[in-house]
Design a protein around this ligand. Structure first.
Ligand SMILES: NCCC[C@H](NC(=O)CCN)C(=O)O
Length: 424
């Protein structure tokens, strides 16, 4: 029980009221982002809109536009220094990139809204009590769907000095945590030699054959990998004309394992598939891994329990469906954040059972119905941040749990997976 329970309850109420008061402009913010979907690292309008929100529509924030990345931003409130001494440095994260062809089918417009709303609520609550040593940061993090903007931002020091970070992602259910897998994306390029496919095919070196063999090698490999590992990809370039032996082909694959420690194993296995296809066809092969590999998420059960308690108080019904709770979903660059700062990446229902990355989900993410759930989630995040701020024991527990979980993962990474898959 927190010593300052009375004050805490009052501040939580204040945070909720502030979020309700700003409901209309928060909705406008997410609608503007939703109606103009932009891809990873190119979220210019979303960036400008969020920067305008914190510098023009809201008061008291110091805003850094183009913060370390062209389409990232930072808004801060409270004493400088971030995290030093007694100042607790709390951050809320916004995402706002969309998917090619289907717009905001992952609902990142709502992630931007929920991050902004939680920050507004939290700031308003702590502002009332001048004695609270806190610094609030909103980080606009581009390129979750492709590239991993948060990983670039970590590298640039954007997360230094933060004590705890909060974000929430829309889905079909409310859940304080869902497992995410580590991921490394790879592009494979085959270089062959063009020739007339009917007149002198023997003069050609067929790069499409290499791509097809590579695809098939990986499909066969899939039988021999663990059930929760994932290999999936596309042929991005498959040649230009049937009567020209393809001289160049390109595949893009995502390789995923539940833990970042297992990634090297799946990569080594996949690599043999890439190279053997080249050897069989006489092509040259180039294997290019993406600049950033995504980590799995490091859980923080202290934060999850607090979030769940606050969510329930607001009427959330958390899923108990074991399949949802245990099946690995996708990957997120928040995984990497969870290895440098303790944090929570919860999931929230938006009034629709549509599946993400579908056109139906795009519609749901722009629907008025999503607003109630989005703002309720923002309240639960702000309330959880208040718990951590007002009860120093909790913050210490959050940090201790983080340190212990990280040590365990670091050990796993150093020693490698314990089963025979490491012999690959
Ligand atoms: N190459 C990065 C893909 C990330 C993507 N993330 C999600 O779908 C989770 C929520 N945005 C993925 O395919 O897992």
């Amino acid at each position: 029980m927190c010593e300052r329970a009375g004050l805490l309850a009052e501040l939580k109420h204040g945070a909720g009221c502030r979020i309700d008061e700003a409901a209309e402009k928060l909705h406008r913010l997410s609608q503007d982002i939703w109606s103009c979907p932009e891809l990873a690292y190119d979220e210019r309008k979303a960036h400008d809109r969020l920067v305008a929100f914190f510098s023009q529509e809201e008061e008291g924030w110091k805003v850094d536009s183009h913060f370390k990345l062209d389409t990232a931003f930072r808004a801060t409130w409270g004493p400088g220094g971030g995290g030093e001494g007694d100042v607790v440095s709390v951050a809320f994260l916004c995402e706002y990139d969309a998917l090619p062809g289907i717009g905001h089918a992952c609902g990142h417009n709502l992630i931007a809204e929920v991050g902004a709303a939680a920050a507004l609520g939290f700031k308003a609550a702590v502002e009332k009590s001048s004695k609270l040593p806190v610094r609030v940061t909103v980080l606009g993090t581009p390129a979750e769907e492709d590239g991993g903007g948060k990983i670039d931002l970590i590298r640039e020091g954007a997360f230094d000095g933060l004590d705890v970070v909060f974000m929430a992602h829309p889905l079909q259910d409310d859940a304080p945590f869902l497992p995410h897998v580590a991921e490394h994306d790879v592009t494979v390029k085959y270089h062959g030699k063009a020739s007339h496919a009917s007149a002198y095919p023997w003069e050609g070196v067929n790069a499409l054959d290499a791509a097809v063999l590579c695809y098939n090698n990986l499909s066969v490999l899939r039988q021999q990998i663990k059930p929760d590992w994932r290999i999936h990809g596309i042929i991005k370039h498959g040649g230009v004309k049937p009567n020209i032996i393809p001289a160049y082909t390109e595949l893009e694959y995502y390789l995923r394992t539940p833990s970042r420690a297992e990634l090297p194993v799946i990569k080594a296995k996949a690599e043999m598939c890439f190279r053997s296809a080249a050897m069989a066809t006489g092509c040259e092969v180039e294997v290019e891994y993406a600049r950033n590999a995504f980590d799995n998420i490091l859980r923080n059960r202290t934060l999850e329990d607090l979030y769940e308690e606050n969510g329930k108080a607001l009427g959330m019904e958390f899923t108990t469906d074991e399949e949802v709770l245990t099946n690995a979903s996708g990957s997120t660059d928040f995984g990497n954040v969870s290895f440098v700062v303790p944090g929570i990446h919860s999931y929230f229902y938006i009034g629709s059972k549509a599946l993400s990355h579908t056109e139906e989900y795009t519609v749901a993410a722009g629907d008025q119905k999503a607003q109630f759930y989005t703002l309720r989630t923002a309240k639960a995040l702000a309330m959880t941040a208040l718990d951590v701020l007002l009860c120093p024991d909790l913050l210490q527990r959050v940090k201790d749990e983080f340190t212990e979980a990280k040590l365990k993962e670091d050990r796993l990474l150093k020693d490698g997976p314990t089963d025979n898959t490491k012999n690959a």
